[in-house]
Ligand binder design. Sequence first.
Ligand code: UDP
Length: 403
Amino acid sequence: MNSRLSTNPPTVRGPLRLLRRHAAGVRRLRIAVLAPPWIAVPPDGYGGIEAVVDLLCRGLVVRGHDVTLFAAPGSRSTAHVQTLLDAPHPDMIGLALYESDHVACAWEQVDQAAAQGNPFDLLHDHSGFTALAMADRVGVPVVHTIHGAFDRDTSRFYRRHGHKATLVAISRSQAAGAPTGVAIHAVVPNPIAVERWPLVMQKQDYVLWIGRMAPVKGADRAIEAAELAGASLVLAGPVQPGQERYFREQIEPHIDGRRVRYVGEVAGAEKQQLYANARALLMPVRWPEPFGMVMIEALACGTPVIAFPEGAAAEIVIDGENGMLVSDEHKMARAIDQVGAMGAIDPARCRASAAERYDIAVTATGYERVYRHAAGVERAPAALAPHITSSPHVHPPQRSAHL
Ligand code: UDP
């Protein structure tokens, strides 16, 4: 068994079962969370899914649940951490060799927990395709968060395998793009711990693009918009395997260290300062972006987002309030001018728009409802599970609906 425990406290067996009821008589859940095998949780730099898993685990533990996180080596969490492979594989993202190994080991752990009399109530999968395809081969209900966009191939995959788990979308736009016959049970937005991000009211004179160097993310379009606006642009993010040619041909020729600066992959305080001091985040995406963590990170820092209205960008950005929605590079250039005008967009309002809609509590509450449905256990009382359907970003459960 290629498995080892981290230095986190080991799972307490036996007596814990008796403690699974809160004083109020509410069943607490024993949840297995399956992260991808590629990058440790929390990520040092790039890693949107890992950042989400980190915050979700924290939110669930705070709410009293017993959470075990299966994740890449090096992971840390307030949940019990159990690593399954010998090393993380940040340069092998998607490789079946590692993903299938990771998932098979997790399935063994789930079975082992049941055999030892301490079964999980459910498994929440964030790991990719293998776990969903094999979700009917593990002895607990599986909740699967769809982190990617629906295209021809993934639509076919979800049509074939989607019924094996309770499916959760991360934005209304992603849910709306689900293929016919694929039942999205709920929409639960990704979380952010807003208080961990600095709010800066006085911005500096540059705009920011941050992300992976994939053409859909539009670093080249950000360059064009910034050049049209005569604005300085900072580009940040990794060049992942397969993105070298795009970077070499479309991005590198524009980098002059002055008007266009490329700072590579950023993390920690450096990343936060880049967000917080920017006049705006540019989001010239040309794909149905299912969520876009970079947008809520910018908003948390009081930095407006200027985005093309693709995918979830049109939900996260409230035009004129926390940013601007524009249709092309020319309009983005005009928006760069406008957003700098005194009082055009209030940084405090940007931050509030993230806190109100994407706080960890919103996400944890949303998933708690999904888990109780999937595991078939009683609902939490109002104090533990505030009514969430009033939020425009959390849909009530739809058993078989195509949203
Ligand atoms: N990121 C980072 N350093 C970088 C570039 C990106 O830490 O140099 C992080 C960014 O802060 C965000 C994540 O990587 O948390 C990207 O997630 P997003 O949902 O925006 O994009 P995707 O998952 O589609 O790549």
